[in-house]
Design a binder for this molecule. Structure first.
Ligand SMILES: [Zn+2]
Ligand SMILES: [Zn+2]
Length: 130
């Protein structure tokens, strides 16, 4: 099944040919810092099933042999690519239709942001806080 996605500004576009069943929340400190968010949703796919269809990402080696690929114009992080292995991770929320993806697990909960706990029970507003 083909999915498409891209960065916020549209300079980078990609296509992924996978059912995106291997999807989960990552609470690691590196993802928190790279994305400025408490948690990042990643879908792991075979490398040959992922293609950039527009633009070239910038790359940052966040730990030796592990690369984060992002848009140099808008800063959106799209891909986590280890040198080893035959898979990469796609930032699931950069898909054009992220509602099609379902998360199945949490990893790196040892560095979970304390504010994440109980967040589901906080006061909720459909849009901005009134
Ligand atoms: Zn961009
Ligand atoms: Zn992570």
């Amino acid at each position: 099944m083909n999915h498409t996605g891209g960065c916020f500004c549209g300079a980078l576009r990609y296509q992924v040919n996978d059912d995106l069943a291997d999807t989960g929340f990552c609470h690691c400190r590196l993802c928190q810092r790279a994305h400025g968010a408490p948690v990042v949703v990643w879908s792991t796919v075979a490398r040959e099933d992922f293609t950039y269809t527009q633009g070239e990402p910038h790359r940052f080696e966040s730990t030796p042999g592990h690369w984060r690929e992002f848009c140099s114009n808008c800063g959106t992080h799209l891909v986590f690519r280890p040198d080893a292995g035959d898979t990469l991770d796609v930032a699931s929320l950069t898909l054009d239709e992220p509602a099609q993806v379902k998360p199945f697990f949490h990893i790196w909960t040892s560095s979970q942001w304390p504010g994440w706990g109980g967040a589901e029970a906080l006061p909720r507003h459909a849009q901005e806080e009134p």
